[in-house]
Design a protein around this ligand. Structure first.
Ligand SMILES: *[C@@H]1O[C@H](CO)[C@@H](O)[C@H](O)[C@H]1NC(C)=O
Ligand SMILES: *[C@@H]1O[C@H](CO)[C@@H](O)[C@H](O)[C@H]1NC(C)=O
Length: 158
């Protein structure tokens, strides 16, 4: 008796999820003129309110490689408006082997193909073309283990 109920409950939940009309994180970036590759693949949840305040959840904290590395916390938040994200939290960028929180991201005013990462002490200017597609993002906690598994597999195969 319980199992069919559980199954129909699960089905209804799935239907509910897939028909929810909320725009995806990538759609929201695009509708503000921002490149979708600012967020990595694997955004699980995304909410945005009327004032542009958003919150995104990823499966796990992870690192993506652009020109340098960008680290994403499992929870990201900020305020999106046309051409920029302010009050950003949960994103850090590597520069000179140090990690700096990215406080804001904004398109250059002049359609110059440049996007600015405000990391407090410096304004990192990056080519927009780096952010055309959501990057793969390597979960932080898994990467050393993954390397280990690969090494073991390599040895086993020979
Ligand atoms: C990411 O999360 C950690 C732990 O919760 C926190 O200390 C850190 O400030 C966060 N990073 C950014 C850039 O918000
Ligand atoms: C953008 O345009 C303004 C005004 O035309 C100019 O002062 C500025 O140097 C330009 N910025 C870049 C990055 O080309």
């Amino acid at each position: 008796m319980l199992l069919p109920h559980l199954i129909s409950f699960l089905l209804i939940s799935l239907l509910h999820l897939s028909t929810a009309a909320a725009p995806s994180a990538y759609e929201v970036l695009r509708s503000h003129g921002l490149p979708i590759g600012l967020l990595p693949k694997g955004v699980r949840e995304f909410e945005v309110d009327g004032g542009g305040r958003f919150r995104a959840r990823l499966d796990a904290p992870c690192t993506a490689k652009f020109e340098s590395e960008v680290r994403y916390n499992a929870t990201l938040a900020g305020t999106i408006s046309p051409g920029q994200i302010a009050a950003l939290s949960g994103v850090s960028a590597q520069d000179l082997f140090l990690w700096f929180p990215v406080l804001a991201i904004r398109l250059d005013d002049n359609a110059s193909g440049i996007i600015h990462f405000d990391v407090g002490v410096v304004d990192k200017r990056l080519p927009l073309s780096l952010f055309e597609f959501p990057p793969d993002c390597t979960p932080l906690s898994f990467s050393p283990q993954y390397k280990l598994d690969q090494d073991v597999d390599g040895k086993a195969a020979t």
